[in-house]
Design a protein around this ligand. Structure first.
Ligand code: AMP
Ligand code: GLY
Length: 431
């Protein structure tokens, strides 16, 4: 089987790495890829939004399966286009991807199908937002409708935050078209959990629950980032919590979409808030998460190509998923300054003589390679992942590996997985 992966981050390196383990896969292309994907796949210089270029490439090379990493090509309709030309592709159609690309659609869909989520109102002007927020108790959340590269959710804690948000959305039009409507929603308390579902529209498998670390600073302080680390399975996702998620969120979402004539295929990423064991949806994404993928895929022992092709071809077999009993931890190493401006081109040392063994792997994100040197080229640079028998050992192993790697200004959080350890300590009966 020949596979094309679309995207260029740590998530895509993890997909390439996992698919390369399959004896059925003879060739992997990655468009555009990074220095890490280049080690196992052939990088193709096509951007993820160049739908026609990707289609031509897949046809010319007789690619058997295309797997889409990021949300932009999905929202642009890459799945619809490939299917029109008879090509197999893993991901949702543009209509189904609206669960991620339109927060207004997602919230209205959830309310039509009684899927638990924060109470909300939709506003389409400064005036309607001001009247909806008048006398509303802080904190609450304002989210722009469209895709905003993870920057579209504004937590409003006081009058000043509200004024700044109104200014940015309605006066400066900082979010462009994405900010023509906004969702105003209640603040949810609790702890976040990411759950990926792979589905062919009818059958589905649920992957081990993961927890991301969105803020730049230790103890969840400072601005939001793309994600600074993850671990899976997260002890927060007990058997009881996972059952609740399946019954109250996953089944009604997949059934609701089918009933509305937009069956979902690909990965449904449920971004959840868990409060007292009860899940509510914070957001849906139409793709695998980054960096959660870097901890979830290493826990899959079965052939990933069978699973993804099954979902793309409408014949997913639940018994095709075999999971490891280990725990995976991933620590993201970022450029100094991230998530604001940062410098590129720093030489990375410790990767040249790095040999992957069965329980540590360094996934690359913002990297390039010239001659024999790896250099930084993005905000999130590396996702260092370790597997072990339990969370504590996996954390230790991941940080031991991080200590072997360096580049000027490298920054990483020191507390990845600590929330999971605390939960194990205080509620061992939940395990
Ligand atoms: P989103 O863009 O919807 O993924 O939101 C980004 C982040 O903002 C989430 O991962 C949460 O940490 C936070 N957030 C979003 N919505 C809420 C909410 N209703 N209550 C509390 N935190 C939220
Ligand atoms: N880890 C957050 C995301 O992929 O959106």
């Amino acid at each position: 089987m020949k596979i094309l992966i679309v995207g260029s981050g740590g998530r895509e390196h993890a997909l390439v790495w996992k698919l390369a383990q399959s004896p059925k896969v003879i060739k992997i292309y990655c468009a555009p890829g990074n220095a890490g994907t280049d080690l196992l796949a052939e990088n193709v210089p096509l951007k993820d939004n160049d739908l026609n270029g990707l289609l031509d490439f897949a046809r010319n090379e007789a690619v058997d399966l295309t797997v889409v990493g990021p949300e932009i090509p999905l929202a642009l309709g890459i799945v619809d286009l490939f299917r029109e030309h008879g090509l197999k592709i893993f991901g949702p159609t543009a209509a189904a991807a609206r669960l991620e690309s339109s927060k207004v659609f997602a919230k209205q869909f959830m309310s039509r199908h009684q899927i638990p989520t924060a109470a909300f109102r939709i506003c389409d002007s400064r005036v309607s937002m001001e009247s909806a927020t008048n006398n509303k108790a802080f904190p609450f959340v304002i989210k722009v409708d469209g895709l905003a590269a993870g920057k579209g959710a504004l937590i409003i804690r006081n009058q000043q935050d509200l004024q700044q948000a109104a200014q940015a959305i309605w006066e400066e039009r900082r979010f462009g078209e994405a900010g023509e409507k906004v969702v105003l929603e209640d603040f949810l308390f609790g702890e976040e959990l990411s759950v990926f579902v792979i589905t062919d529209g009818e059958r589905y498998v649920i992957l081990p629950p993961a927890q991301d670390h969105k803020r730049i600073g230790d103890n969840d302080t400072g601005p939001n980032t793309g994600g600074m680390g993850a671990y899976a399975p997260a002890p927060l996702g007990t058997a009881e919590v996972m059952q609740n998620i399946e019954n109250k969120i996953i089944i009604p979402t997949l059934n609701g979409l089918s009933k509305e004539g937009i069956p979902y295929t690909g990965t449904l990423y449920c971004g959840l808030m868990i409060d007292g064991g009860e899940p509510s949806v914070v957001e849906f994404n139409a793709r695998f998460g980054d960096p959660e993928t870097q901890v979830v895929l290493p826990l899959i022992e079965s052939d990933m190509s069978t699973l993804l092709l099954g979902a793309a071809a409408g014949r997913l077999n639940q018994s095709d998923l075999k999971l490891s009993r280990k725990t995976a931890v991933c620590v993201v190493m970022a450029s100094a300054g991230y998530p604001d401006a940062y410098e590129k081109g720093k030489v990375i040392s410790g990767l040249e003589d790095y040999t992957e063994n069965s329980d540590t792997v360094v996934f690359q994100a913002g990297t390039t390679r010239t001659d024999m040197q790896f250099k930084t080229s993005g905000g999130r640079v590396l996702a260092v992942t370790a597997l072990a028998d339990d969370l504590r050992q996996a954390i230790t192993k991941a940080y031991e590996q991080v200590a072997q790697i360096s580049f000027a200004g490298a920054y990483y959080r020191r507390d990845i997985g600590q929330k999971g350890l605390m939960r194990q300590k205080f509620s061992p009966g939940d395990m």
